[in-house]
Design a protein around this ligand. Structure first.
Ligand SMILES: O=P(O)(O)OC[C@H]1O[C@H](OP(=O)(O)OP(=O)(O)O)[C@H](O)[C@@H]1O
Ligand SMILES: O=c1cc[nH]c(=O)[nH]1
Ligand SMILES: [Mg+2]
Length: 209
């Protein structure tokens, strides 16, 4: 699929396997989500624009590449996306952060919006939307639609685990968005949870249930 990257790095795979284990507690779970976000972010941001900047080394003056401007936004989908923000911020400490609040109705599995605040000027930023889980794809697709309605253009989406159904939906509704997936799982179950998955990412990050 064009614009879709499935991570195959052994370090990422190992950490995702640790996340799946139901005996992994909140503390380790949070750390792993943050580490995976950083490793995936490294790949997702490989096309960040650079510009040549004059630098004086102890030997001579030279022009060398540096990240152009400070026009990046990380946009977590609340709540679970929050767990991925720190990891990406390690890579781009000056990034601005937007928030999109969506929860999935437990019966219909449809996403409901409850918050949206994005950094301006959103149309000039590289936007990295983060959410650990892409299940039916409804939340991811709606979040990207909201960002586009606010003027966002250059959008990437990064999730740790995706179901085939969600990946297909997101790609179909937003073919322009580059999608980065840590692991592509088998299927959704009757409650629209990802199998084998890791359970409810938000509950495991925040210790709720
Ligand atoms: O692809 P979808 O079928 O839309 O499902 C994925 C969404 O479900 C989870 O959020 P949830 O609604 O549990 O909210 P939470 O992060 O507050 O727990 C997850 O973090 C995604 O946002
Ligand atoms: O498997 C799933 C599906 C949606 N949201 C989650 O947190 N986990
Ligand atoms: Mg949840």
């Amino acid at each position: 699929m064009e614009n879709v990257t499935i991570m195959d790095h052994p370090l990422i795979q190992h950490k995702i396997s640790r996340l799946r284990d139901k005996t992994t507690g909140t503390n380790e779970f949070r750390t792993l989500v943050s580490e995976i976000a950083m490793l995936m972010g490294f790949e997702a941001l490989r096309d960040l624009p650079t510009e040549l900047v004059e630098i004086e080394t102890p030997i001579e003056t030279t022009k060398q590449p540096m990240i152009a401007g400070k026009k990046m936004a990380i946009v977590p989908i609340l709540r679970a996306g929050l767990g991925m923000v720190d990891g990406v911020l390690n890579l781009v400490p000056s990034a601005k952060i937007g928030h999109i609040g969506l929860y999935r109705d437990p019966e219909t599995h449809e996403p409901h919006e409850y918050y949206c605040k994005l950094p301006e000027p959103i149309d000039q930023r590289t936007i990295l939307v983060v959410d650990p889980m892409l299940a039916t794809g409804g939340s991811g697709a709606d979040a990207i639609t909201m960002i586009k309605q606010h003027g966002g253009k250059n959008i990437k989406f990064m999730c740790i685990i995706a179901a085939p159904e969600g990946l297909e939906r997101l790609h179909k509704e937003h073919p322009d968005v580059q999608i980065y997936v840590g692991a592509l799982d088998r299927q959704l179950n009757e409650n629209a949870y990802i199998c084998p998955g890791l359970g409810d990412a938000g509950d495991r990050i925040f210790g709720t249930k």
